[in-house]
Design a protein around this ligand. Structure first.
Ligand code: NAP
Length: 347
């Protein structure tokens, strides 16, 4: 079968370090037809990395090409709506990076577009494709931990240190207007995606926010309390100015046992009253190949994508509404109003 002729729009960190390593292993499924970055040095060097593909500086020139069937949008995410709308208008399939948008209005417009277009749209939410969380779902479904009633996700890191610095230093992440919600939204959507997939839609949120280090963004700390439609209660603790302590782990509580899912160690540990901890190590794959596999099957075989825009909207909504809830010291319900075509927020 013919590989999909792909345009890469945005040649920054994620394109080079996450997308390209997946794509270069999938030459039978994707051929890079063109790459685009508005600054030439990055466009040129990515084109060289991708085996000498042509490059353009204006994304509309990539969309105008007849030899492009689909595009990956790997831009500051505030551009997702405009570039996706233009791509759909040009008849191209689209994979866009997470989060879906930088505003709820844009996210809602993108979900409407998804419902009304013949081309395939998806969000590159790699956690939806990670073996670690797929295996966690299997263990939960097998009932080993019994009925799950609680979940606590702790994510502690320091975005001003280590490998994180490269993200902090991107121009757009230094600008609050282009990066609303900062790392809480940027990183948090991975967490809410997994919570939604494992425990059902988040239906209420409340929270508290803080700024510990203003170099790490206006809000670098957010504690969220949530409930899900399946009756799971839990919290998500995101601390992006944690000094020394680095943790990224989901704790799951069932009436027969508990699980600790370690994102950094790619392990799942089961604790029950009758046995010591049982540790299972899972394939450390980060899900980028799985995303492109899904995109390929959608384009070539018309299969539905796993990582829809509607799911990404819901992941994003939960975080935006937690910020609002924290600012007003209230609990917000995110239940879907049956009279509305999209999620309605009821205070
Ligand atoms: P980045 O390094 O800044 O990459 C964005 C690129 O887009 C830059 O090279 C930038 O060029 C270029 N650009 C900006 N505006 C443009 C325009 N109008 N036309 C063409 N090119 C333009 O940022 P990043 O860290 O790669 O993030 C990009 C996206 O990937 C974001 O949505 C982010 O959330 C996502 N991401 C996902 C993961 C994950 O694990 N799934 C991890 C990291 C990032 P200049 O720098 O020259 O302005």
């Amino acid at each position: 079968m013919e590989p999909v002729k792909l345009g890469i729009i945005g040649c920054g960190i994620a394109a080079r370090e996450l997308h390209w390593p997946a794509l270069k292993k999938m030459a039978d499924r994707f051929k890079i037809a063109v790459v685009c970055n508005h600054t030439e040095a990055k466009a040129k060097s990515f084109a060289e990395l991708a085996g000498g593909a042509p490059y353009v500086l204006d994304y509309r020139d990539a969309l105008a090409r007849k030899d492009v069937e689909a595009v990956s949008i790997i831009l500051p995410f505030g551009l997702n709506r405009r570039v996706t709308e233009d791509a759909v208008h040009a008849g191209k399939h689209v994979m866009m990076e997470k989060p879906i948008a930088a505003s709820l209005d844009d996210a809602i417009e993108l979900v409407s577009l998804e419902r009304n277009t013949g081309v395939k749209l998806m969000v590159a939410e790699n956690f939806r494709y990670r073996p670690l969380y797929r295996r966690t779902a299997e263990i939960i479904n097998q009932g080993t931990a019994g009925r799950v009633y609680g979940a606590i996700w702790n994510f502690f890191t320091d975005v001003t240190a280590g490998a994180n610095i490269q993200y902090l230093n991107t121009k757009w992440r230094m600008d609050d207007a282009q990066y609303p919600g900062g790392f809480i939204i940027d990183g948090g959507v991975h967490i809410t995606a997994v919570i939604h997939d494992l425990f059902g839609e988040i239906v209420t949120v409340s929270g508290r926010t803080a700024c510990i280090n203003d170099n790490a963004g206006k809000i670098d700390t957010m504690l969220t309390n949530f409930t899900t439609k399946r009756g799971v209660v839990g919290s998500i603790n995101q601390l992006y100015s944690s000094k020394g302590l680095r943790v990224n782990a989901l704790h799951i509580f069932g009436d027969k046992g508990s699980l600790v899912v370690d994102n950094y160690g790619d392990s799942i540990t089961l604790f029950t009253p009758d046995s010591g901890p049982i540790v299972e190590t899972v394939d450390a794959d980060r899900g980028y190949t799985g995303e492109y596999e899904d995109f390929f099957k959608a384009i070539r075989f018309g299969e539905p994508v796993v990582s829809t825009l509607e799911k990404a909207y819901r992941d994003y909504l939960a975080l935006v509404k937690t910020m609002e809830a924290a600012a007003s010291r209230i609990t917000i319900s995110l239940e879907k109003n049956p009279a509305e075509s999209l999620f309605k927020v009821i205070h």
